[in-house]
Write a protein that binds this ligand. Structure first.
Ligand code: NAD
Ligand code: UFG
Length: 337
C-alpha cells in the first residue's frame, strides 16, 4: 500500500516506517522537523535500503498536503504529526489545539479531495484520565486531564463523525500506553530535544552521565512501592501495531479505538532497577512531590487489539531497557552524534 506517514521523522514514526517497508509498503513522509532531526530519515534509509519520499512541511498547510496527495496518491495515512508535551499543552492550549486538532482537519480535507479514506491515528491512554478500574479497556470512560489529552479525544470524536459520514471510510484509533525502547540496530531511538519529560529517556540520560540523578515524582501513591505504575510498551511492538492497523483499515470500515499496551505494569522504582541491570550502573534518584496531573496507576486490557488486529506485544521489560541503553550509549548526544 502507498502510505503517507505524517510525523514520520519522529520517535514512533521512524520505527514504524522500518516495519512498513519490511512488509513491502511504499512510504512517504511529511514532517516539519519541529521535534525531529533530518538525520533520522538518512539513518532509516540506510537501514531499510529502500526509497522513502519525503516532504518538509506543516500538517496545517493545505497546499503542501495537496501537493503530496497529487504526487504520492496515498491509499492510507498514518497520522503521527502532533505535539505531545503535557505540561506545555497547559501553557499553550491554542497552539496544541491548532496543531493537533486543526492539523488533523486539514489532513482529512486533503485526503477527501483525492478520495483517500483510510487513516491510522496516534491517540493516547491519557484520554482515560484517572481509571475507575484496571485493566483499562476501550469501553472505559474518557476523562482526559490535560489540554494534550483533550486534543487527542477531540480528534477521536472527529474521526468517528467522519467515518460515520463516509460509509467506506476507516479510522483506526490507537491508544498508546507508554512507548519506550529503541530499534535493535542502535541507529534510531528517542532523542528528546530538551530536558526529557518522560521517565525512560530521563533515566537513560542519567546512566550516560548527562544528568546527575532522576527525580521520582512521588512515593506516596497507593501502589506496592508507592511510585506510579505504567504499562510500558516497546516501540518496535508499537510500530508493528500500525502495520496490523493498516491491514485492518483495508478490511473494515468505521472508526474503532484500540488499546496498544502489554497489559502489565511496572513502577518507577521497577524501571530504575531494570535499567540499572541493563547498563550495569547505579541510577541515583531523589524523591520529590507528585507531578501535577499524574495518575497512580494504569495498564491496558489489550484484548481487542489481539482479537481484531491480530496484534500482541512480544518484547519484555529487559528488551525495553537493554535497547534504550544500547541506543543511548551508542548515541550519547542522540542524532547529533
Ligand atoms: P515525536 O515528537 O517524536 O514525533 C512527532 C513528529 O511530528 C515529529 O517528527 C515532529 O517534528 C512532527 N510534527 C510536529 N508538529 C508538526 C506539524 N505541525 N507539521 C508536521 N509535522 C509535525 O513524537 P512521538 O513520540 O513519535 O509521537 C508520535 C505521535 O504519537 C504523537 O501524535 C503523539 O502525541 C502520540 N503519542 C505519543 C506517546 C509517547 O509517549 N511518545 C504516547 C501517546 C501518544
Ligand atoms: N516520572 C518520574 N520522574 C521523571 C519522569 C517521570 O518519576 O522524571 C514518573 C511519573 O511520575 C510517572 C511515570 O514516571 O509515574 C511515567 O511518567 P512518563 O512521563 O514517562 O509517562 P506518563 O504516563 O506520565 O505519560 C506518557 C506520555 C503521555 C501519554 C501517556 C500515555 O508522556 O503523552 O504516557 O500514553 F499520554
Amino acid at each position: 500500500m502507498r502510505v503517507l506517514v505524517t510525523g514520520g521523522a519522529g520517535y514512533i514514526g521512524s520505527h514504524t516506517i522500518l516495519e512498513l517497508m519490511a512488509q513491502g509498503h511504499d512510504v512517504c513522509v511529511l514532517d516539519n522537523y519541529s521535534n525531529a532531526s533530518p538525520e533520522v530519515l538518512t539513518r532509516v534509509r540506510a537501514l531499510s535500503n529502500g526509497t522513502i519520499a519525503d516532504f518538509k512541511g506543516d500538517i496545517r498547510d493545505a497546499k503542501t498536503l495537496d501537493d503530496i496527495m497529487a504526487t504520492f496518491r496515498p491509499e492510507a495515512v498514518i497520522h503521527f504529526a502532533g505535539l505531545k508535551a503535557v505540561g506545555e499543552s497547559q501553557e499553550k492550549p491554542l497552539h496544541y489545539y491548532d496543531v493537533n486538532v486543526s492539523g488533523t482537519l486539514t489532513l482529512l480535507h486533503a485526503m477527501g479531495r483525492v478520495g483517500c479514506r483510510r487513516i491510522v491515528f496516534s491517540s493516547s491512554a491519557t484520554v482515560y484520565g484517572e481509571p475507575d478500574y484496571l485493566p483499562c479497556d476501550e469501553a472505559h470512560p474518557t476523562r482526559p486531564m490535560s489540554v494534550y489529552g483533550r486534543s487527542k479525544l477531540m480528534v477521536e470524536d472527529i474521526l468517528k463523525d467522519w467515518a460515520a459520514a463516509h460509509p467506506a471510510a476507516s479510522a483506526v484509533i490507537l491508544r498508546y500506553f507508554n512507548p519506550v525502547g529503541a530499534h535493535a540496530s542502535t541507529r534510531i531511538g528517542e532523542d528528546p530535544q530538551d530536558i526529557p519529560n518522560n521517565l525512560m529517556p530521563y533515566i537513560a540520560q542519567v546512566a550516560v552521565g548527562k544528568r546527575d540523578k532522576l527525580t521520582i515524582f512521588g512515593d506516596d501513591y497507593d501502589t506496592a512501592d508507592g511510585t506510579g505504575l505504567r504499562d510500558y510498551i516497546h516501540v518496535v511492538d508499537l510500530a508493528r501495531a500500525h502495520v496490523a492497523a493498516l491491514d485492518y483499515a483495508a478490511r473494515k470500515a468505521g472508526a474503532r479505538p484500540f488499546n496498544i499496551g502489554t497489559g502489565q505494569s511496572y513502577s518507577v522504582k521497577d524501571m530504575v532497577a531494570a535499567f540499572s541491570r541493563a547498563c550495569g550502573k547505579d541510577i541515583p534518584t531523589v524523591i520529590a512531590g507528585r507531578r501535577s496531573g499524574d495518575i497512580a496507576a494504569i495498564h491496558a486490557d489489550a484484548t481487542r487489539a489481539k482479537d481484531e488486529l491480530g496484534w500482541t506485544a512480544s518484547h519484555t521489560l529487559d528488551d525495553m531497557t537493554a535497547s534504550t541503553w544500547a541506543w543511548q550509549s551508542a548515541n550519547p548526544n542522540g542524532y547529533d552524534d
